[in-house]
Design a protein around this ligand. Structure first.
Ligand code: 5GP
Length: 126
């Protein structure tokens, strides 16, 4: 199984600084920034800096350092947004769309962090 990464995808261009973004947090291996079309009061995208197409690509082939950094960055952003139920927040949802059935728009791994309102049930009818 090989993964084909498109270096011209919009998040690759953001990582190269060719397109501006509203950065929430940047670490050695990850970048978190505001979604350009927010679906909730909080809508942050977290991406690895490495060339990973989707979550299974990352989970299978990323280094341990990248995986730890990405996971910790998601946690740090949840903390920054104040959405953690354990800290008096009201909760959030993580989404990572993959491929055609997942209706993935941008072919660079990203996790959506959504919060700030009740988000409804997990899936709507197709
Ligand atoms: P997907 O459907 O691939 O899971 O989500 C892609 C997300 O990227 C969408 O929520 C879309 O609004 C966001 N997006 C697309 N282009 C840009 C961009 O140029 N800048 C930012 N910040 N977000 C983008």
């Amino acid at each position: 199984m090989s993964y084909v990464y498109d270096d011209q995808n919009i998040f690759a261009r953001i990582l190269r600084g060719e397109i501006p973004n509203k950065t929430v947090l940047e670490t050695g291996h990850s970048l978190a920034f505001e979604d350009i079309a927010p679906q909730a009061p909080h809508h942050v995208l977290v991406i690895p800096k490495g060339r990973y197409v989707n979550y299974d690509h990352f989970a299978l082939e990323a280094t341990e350092a990248e995986i730890v950094d990405f996971t910790r960055t998601i946690g740090a952003v949840c903390k920054m947004l104040g959405v953690q139920p354990s800290r008096d927040g009201q909760g959030y949802r993580l989404i990572s769309n993959c491929g055609a059935h997942g209706v993935q728009e941008v072919p660079h791994l990203h996790v959506h962090i959504l919060g700030g309102r009740v988000l409804g049930r997990m899936l709507q009818p197709a």
